[in-house]
Ligand binder design. Structure first.
Ligand SMILES: O=c1ccn([C@@H]2O[C@H](COP(=O)(O)O)[C@@H](O)[C@H]2O)c(=O)[nH]1
Length: 270
């Protein structure tokens, strides 16, 4: 059995073992810190997931779903009073990212992503355009957040493939600081760098962490992960947790396990 198969098997055993011990409702607010990605390719599959997990208040629409079915899914989420993280990871010249952010902001989404490596001019243009789009549509201005370094990359790839001469934590920090200098509301970072970014960028800077993996879940293509409780204690505002929930045999039970772990961690943080 490979390591991944073993992790999946242990996850399955834990899910089944604890399923009956958990309450049917999730009576806490830590669940609001979990953003679940709708990484599926049809609106029907997305809605099925949303309806399977009614406790989830914050959903992420990424490239797969948006390219498959367009902005219609955003309307569906808004009709259900869900918060929306539109994670299209814009990366282009200033004029183009500005146009994209202006259009995205008009949908009334809560979070939008742009790669920090688009550069200072593009980041500033994107921020102004998001404000303009939201004002035109009479909706709240979305928080534009900078991708520091994808959580699927490790130090070896950063140095050898991307030829970046900085140490990985320093590079991620510099990208987050670039976003902050350009007036963005926050950054996407791995949970492994979140403590350092929190110390340097301050409490008001929003830190959103994908690459979060409960101990019972397999890592898949995530290379810089921590558990939900570790990420929360390190200073993340939001945890993006997809496959450990959406691909679990019982997504509701997986969500409950994560919620319990976060509840326990929050008591320690307080
Ligand atoms: O650096 C990044 C930026 C975005 N993501 C997105 O988060 C989710 C993670 O899903 P899992 O199933 O929990 O791995 C996915 O939609 C990515 O596009 C990221 O992983 N890393």
């Amino acid at each position: 059995m490979s390591n991944q198969e073993s992790a999946d098997f242990i996850g399955l055993i834990l899910t089944v073992k604890f399923a009956n011990l958990l309450p049917q409702n999730i009576p806490n607010m830590t669940i609001d810190k979990v953003i679940v990605p709708l990484d599926v390719s049809s609106q029907a599959d997305a809605i099925a997931l949303i309806e399977t997990l009614p406790q989830v208040t914050f959903w992420k629409v990424g490239l797969e779903l948006f390219v498959s079915c367009g902005p219609q899914i955003l309307k569906q989420l808004k009709q259900r009073n869900k918060r929306i993280f539109l994670d299209l990871k814009f990366h282009d010249i200033p004029n183009t990212v500005a146009g994209a952010c202006r259009a995205a902001a008009r949908y009334g989404v809560d979070l939008i992503t742009i790669h920090a490596t688009a550069g200072k001019v593009a980041l500033k243009a994107a921020q102004s355009a998001a404000e303009m789009g939201a004002n035109e549509a009479g909706v709240p201005v979305p928080k534009l957040i900078a991708i520091s370094l994808l959580t699927s990359l490790n130090a070896r790839e950063l140095a050898l493939d991307l030829k970046i001469p900085l140490e990985l934590p320093e590079y991620a920090l510099q990208m987050a600081l670039l976003g902050q200098e350009c007036g963005l509301a926050g950054a996407v970072c791995s949970p492994q760098e979140v403590a350092q970014l929190r110390r340097t960028c301050g409490d008001d800077f929003l830190l959103v962490c994908p690459g979060v993996r409960p101990s019972w879940a397999s890592k898949g293509d995530q290379k810089r992960s921590l558990t939900p409780s570790e990420a929360l204690k390190a200073g993340a505002n939001y945890l993006v947790i997809g496959r450990p929930i959406t691909e679990a045999n019982n997504p509701m039970t997986a969500l409950k396990l994560i919620s319990q772990e976060l509840d326990a961690a929050e008591k320690i943080v307080k």
